[in-house]
Design a protein around this ligand. Sequence first.
Ligand code: DOR
Ligand code: ZN
Ligand code: ZN
Length: 439
Amino acid sequence: MSELVIKNGKIVLPERTISGDILIAEGKIEKIGKNLSGGIILDVKGKYVLPGLIDAHVHFREPGGSNKEDWFTGSSAAAAGGVSCVLEMPNTQPPTVTGELLNEKRKYARRSVVDYGFHFGASTSNIDELRRVEGIASVKFYMGSTTGSLLVESDAILYEQLRVLAKRNIPATVHAESERMISYLTNKLRSTCRIDAEAYSEARPNMSAAEAANRILSLTKLAGNHTHLCHVSTKEEVDILGIYRANAQVSSEAAPHHLFLTKKDYKELGTRAKTNPPMRSKEDQDALWKALMNGTIDMIATDHAPHLLDSKDWGIWEAPSGVPGLETMLPLLLDAVNHDRLTLEQVARLTAENPARIFSIKNKGQIKAGYDADLTIVDMSLAKKVENDKLFTKCAWSPFAGRKLKGWPVKTIVRGNVVYDEGTINKNKGEEVRYDRFS
Ligand code: DOR
Ligand code: ZN
Ligand code: ZN
């Protein structure tokens, strides 16, 4: 592969931002410095260069739901959002709960234009699969029911499976909502004929997330594994994380829809804002931001969950849960940088460096010699609205449609290939990532 030089960038390194060039050869960063030359020149004229974003939590829909998203459309949405690598969840149809099904999924992923990895699914009966599966980012546990059929409620099974992961040094990723609480409350609210969107947040209240988080982290401490808590959405979970982080292997993420939307947005968005876990209060949102700033929450991950608009506009109990997020995460964060809510270095840490470290992804997550040349060029002064008809996700809508945001990705580079270029997706063959913890 020919050499590429990114000229005149403001390069966001982990601790500081420097002005200079990046020399890329064979898809890797060869050198960062001044006045570099050789091969094709890409002059970015003072724009910021971020490490390509790694989204540790996406749902594409193959197999079983390719009318909502397939690997080409989902990965194109990633590239358009400045995301050069995705880790995909197992709640497809069928769910990814055996080595054979994982290999099937790998065939679909060949169409990806960005790099990728897989979270494997835990079921109540696949512990033998967990003993032998290789090459995965994590094993995902659903403690509360959501899109798809995966659910592990029993503490005995959870503990047994976490022990296997502890021995194998594989992280658990957990959707922590208490099935017992949410099924009781859902039945209760439905029987009173509540059909307003807010009722959904009442059916899955803070306490149902906090109880499950507390339980899984308590089991984690006993089992000795690493648990990554997905989509932390409540102040109570933040408090619980604070306690367990001190004496157990714990990490966590927050989702953009919990950072930039609240229960108040039901008014405008109705059932479109239905997600699991649901919309929360402003107080919860403030606690999430604070936790991101002080390191209690380690990363931002989209939980990109494409559903067709027709179905999102069904009733609050019937509509599927989830919102797409790949194309709006970075613009929302850059807009927040422009409003002094965080720095670009923090964006890089929360969306690239920390996900790579926590999931042990080889050679990614930082702009560093020897690392993959995964880079996202951003224009901090470009202001435009989120528009549904400009999106690459097959579901073709966003809960943020109509929002004017300042700060957008303009080019996404995956191992030296410009995959997203100012509105166009170029051909690229995404590759499966490797993990430092597997030989
Ligand atoms: O809102 C959600 N949507 N939460 C989940 O846990 C799953 C996701 C999906 O796959 O649709
Ligand atoms: Zn989840
Ligand atoms: Zn999810």
